[in-house]
Ligand binder design. Structure first.
Ligand code: GLC
Ligand code: CA
Length: 586
C-alpha cells in the first residue's frame, strides 16, 4: 500500500445548485462556492468535489449535459470557474469535477445530429435499435427513473436507449471516435489544472452488445436490465484505455460511482496494480434497506448486517485497493435521518455517524450540510418536489392506486430532494441561501439548524467534524491502519480496532497471509503498539461495551467523544444513546 494525498484527505461534496446563491436568482452558483471556501477550509476538508456545473437543460440537475466545454449559465461563467479553481488551489486544496459520460442530454449537439438521420455520422454515438417485429421496444428493460429504457423517435423510426430519463440518451462506448472525443474533453479539463474526476455511473458504460431481454424482477411491470449493463463485458477495457490515454498523465484522484459492485468487482477497478480508478462508491451499504434493489421499497435493517457489509469491504480491499467512506450524497436521504435519530438525539447521532466515517480505512466524504447535522424534509405535498426521479415515482405510484399520503410517506424517507434542500447558513429568511425565491424550498427546521449556530457553539456538530478531521491528520493509523471488527453480532454497538499496518503489498500467497494473521494476533497482545479503539452506540438505548480479553494494553487515552467525558477504562464502558468514543490504547 502506498501513500497518496487522496488517501489522507477528506472530500467535501458540493451540490452547487443548493450551496449558496450569490445573485438572488434562487439558484446556488460558482461565486457562492468561492465565497465559502474559507468556511470549508476552517472545517479542515482539503478536496472539493463539484457536482456537474456544465451547460445543461437541467432535467436531472446537470447530470444531463448539453455541452461539456461550457459552464451552465445559472452557475456563472468560465471566468467564475477559473477563479474558483485558483482560490481552491491558493488554499492548498484540490478540486475534482463530476464526469458524466454514460449519457448526455438529448440537447447535446451530438444527439441532435444523431437523431437527425439514420446515416448521420453521429448516429452511432448513441444506442439506436429498430423495434421488435410488433413495433414494441427493442427489449424489456426499465429505466432507472421509471418506465421503459427506450424512447421511440418518429423522425427516423427507431428507438434510442436511455437508462435514466428520456432526456438522457446513453452514449455508445463501442464507438472509437466517441471515446476519443471523451478523452479529449477530459484532457482539456485536466490541463486547466483540476485534480481529478468523480465518474458518474461509470460501470454502466459497457452494455452487453446484443441487448437481451431481462428476466429478473424489477420496477413495476418491467425488469431491470441491470445484469446486462452493470459491469458489462468491456468495462475494464474502456477504463484501461482511458487510464492509458488520459489519467496516467496526471497526479489525480478518480472515484467511480459504481452501483451493483461487490468487493470482487471493485478490486478489479481499484486494485493498485491494475491502473484503472483510485476508488469507487459502492452501494451495498446504502442499499441495505432496499427490497429487490428498488429504493422505493423500504425494508428494516439490522446493525449486524450493516457491520457485515462494512467489514467485508474493509477486509477485502485492504492492501489491494482503497475504500471511499460515505453515508449520504445528493442522491441519498440524509444519514442522520436514516441511520441516526433526527429528533431528540440529532446532534449526538450525527456525531456518532461522523465518527464511523472518519475512523475507517479509506477516504471520508462529507456531503454539504452533513457537517451541521442537516436532516430529511417532509414537504406537505408533491408540488414542493423537484427531483425527476421523485416526480416519476409519484406519478407511477398514484396511477397504481396508492393515496397521495401513502406515496408521500415513502418520498419522505427516500426522495433525493431530502439531500437537495438548500444549505442552511443562518436563521434569516431563506436560511441565508438566497435573497430571492429558492429553486427548492428550504427545510423548515432552518431556524434551529444552521451554520451560524454551529460556528458559535463549541459543542456543535461542525466542531466535532473539525476535531475528527484533525485527529485523522495527526494519526496516520486512522488512515492506513488495519481494521479489526469486535463484537460482530451485537445489535447496538459497532466497535473496532485500528492497528498499525503490517502488510507489505497486494497479492499475498496463502502462506504470507497466514503469517500476517499470526503477526496481527501478536499485535493484539503487544502492549507497546498503539492501537485505536472505536466504540459506537447505534441505538437510542444505553449499551454496555466489554472489551474482548485478547486486546491487551497498559494505558488508555480518550481521544474523542460526543458526550461530556467521564473517567472510565475502556475494558468496560457504559455508553449513552448514540454515544461514540475513540481511545488510543498502548
Ligand atoms: C448518478 C448521479 C445522479 C444522476 C444519475 C444519472 O447516479 O449521482 O444524480 O441522476 O447518475 O446521471
Ligand atoms: Ca445564483
Amino acid at each position: 500500500m502506498y501513500r497518496a494525498w487522496w488517501k489522507e484527505g477528506v472530500v467535501y461534496q458540493v451540490y452547487p445548485r443548493s450551496f449558496l446563491d450569490s445573485n438572488g436568482d434562487g439558484v446556488g452558483d460558482l461565486q457562492g462556492i468561492t465565497a465559502k471556501l474559507d468556511y470549508l477550509q476552517g472545517l479542515g476538508v482539503n478536496i472539493l468535489w463539484l457536482c456537474p456545473v456544465y451547460r445543461s437543460p437541467n432535467y436531472d440537475n446537470g447530470y444531463d449535459i448539453s455541452d461539456y466545454y461550457s459552464i451552465m449559465d445559472e452557475f456563472g461563467t468560465m471566468a467564475d470557474w477559473e477563479e474558483l479553481l485558483s482560490e481552491v488551489h491558493q488554499r492548498g486544496m484540490k478540486l475534482i469535477m463530476d464526469l458524466v459520460v454514460n449519457h448526455t442530454s438529448d440537447e447535446h449537439s451530438w444527439f441532435v445530429e444523431s437523431r437527425a438521420a439514420r446515416n448521420s455520422p453521429y448516429r452511432d454515438y448513441y444506442i439506436w435499435r429498430p423495434g421488435k417485429e410488433d413495433g414494441s421496444e427493442p427489449n424489456n428493460w426499465a429505466s432507472e427513473f421509471g418506465g421503459s429504457a427506450w424512447e421511440y423517435d418518429e423522425k427516423t423510426g427507431e428507438y434510442y436507449l436511455h437508462l435514466f430519463s428520456k432526456k438522457q440518451p446513453d452514449l455508445n462506448w463501442e464507438n472509437k471516435r466517441l471515446r476519443r472525443e471523451i478523452y479529449t474533453m477530459m484532457t482539456w479539463w485536466l490541463d486547466k489544472g483540476i485534480d481529478g474526476f468523480r465518474m458518474d455511473v461509470i460501470n454502466l458504460i459497457s452494455k452487453e452488445p446484443t441487448l437481451p431481454d431481462a428476466r429478473r424482477r424489477g420496477k413495476g411491470s418491467l425488469p431491470w436490465g441491470r445484469e446486462f449493463y452493470r459491469n458489462g463485458p468491456r468495462l475494464q477495457y474502456f477504463l484501461r484505455e482511458m487510464h492509458a490515454k488520459v489519467l496516467s498523465k496526471y497526479d489525480i484522484m478518480t472515484v467511480g460511482e459504481t452501483p451493483g459492485v461487490d468487493p470482487e468487482k471493485a478490486n478489479l477497478l481499484v486494485a493498485e496494480d491494475r491502473h484503472e480508478l483510485s476508488m469507487v462508491f459502492q452501494f451495498e451499504l446504502l442499499e441495505l434497506d432496499y427490497q429487490d434493489g428498488d429504493k422505493w421499497k423500504i425494508i428494516p435493517w439490522k446493525l449486524s448486517d450493516f457491520k457485515k457489509i462494512v467489514n467485508v469491504w474493509q477486509e477485502r480491499l485492504e492492501g489491494t485497493g482503497w475504500n471511499s467512506l460515505f453515508l449520504n450524497n445528493h442522491d441519498q436521504p440524509r444519514a442522520v435521518s436514516r441511520f441516526g435519530d433526527d429528533g431528540t438525539y440529532r446532534v449526538q447521532s450525527a456525531k456518532m455517524l461522523a465518527t464511523l466515517v472518519h475512523t475507517l480505512q479509506g477516504t471520508p466524504y462529507i456531503y454539504q450540510g452533513e457537517e451541521i447535522g442537516m436532516t430529511n424534509v417532509r414537504f406537505p405535498d408533491i408540488s414542493y418536489y423537484r427531483d425527476i426521479d421523485t416526480l416519476n415515482f409519484y406519478e407511477e405510484a398514484i396511477r397504481s392506486g396508492l393515496s397521495p399520503q401513502e406515496v408521500l410517506e415513502t418520498i419522505y424517507a427516500r426522495s433525493r430532494d431530502n439531500a437537495r434542500t438548500p444549505m442552511q447558513w443562518d436563521d434569516t429568511e431563506s436560511a441565508g441561501f438566497t435573497t430571492g425565491v429558492p429553486w427548492l424550498a428550504i427545510n423548515p427546521n432552518y431556524q434551529a439548524i444552521h451554520v451560524k449556530e454551529n460556528l458559535a457553539n463549541p459543542e456543535s456538530v461542525f466542531h466535532y467534524y473539525q476535531r475528527l478531521i484533525q485527529l485523522r491528520k495527526e494519526r496516520l493509523v486512522l488512515v492506513y491502519g488495519d481494521y479489526h471488527l469486535l463484537l460482530p453480532q451485537d445489535e447496538q454497538l459497532f466497535a473496532y480496532l485500528r492497528t498499525p499496518n503490517i502488510k507489505t503489498g497486494p497479492g499475498f500467497s496463502e502462506k504470507q497471509l497466514s503469517e500476517v494473521r499470526r503477526a496481527e494476533d501478536e499485535l493484539f497482545q503487544d502492549a507497546d503498539q498503539e492501537k485505536i479503539l472505536v466504540v459506537l452506540n447505534f441505538s437510542k438505548q444505553p449499551a454496555v461495551f466489554v472489551l474482548p480479553e485478547k486486546v491487551k494494553f497498559q494505558t488508555d487515552q480518550l481521544l474523542l467523544s460526543n458526550y461530556p467525558t467521564r473517567p472510565e477504562t475502556p475494558t468496560r464502558l457504559e455508553l449513552r444513546p448514540f454515544e461514540a468514543r475513540v481511545y488510543a490504547l498502548k
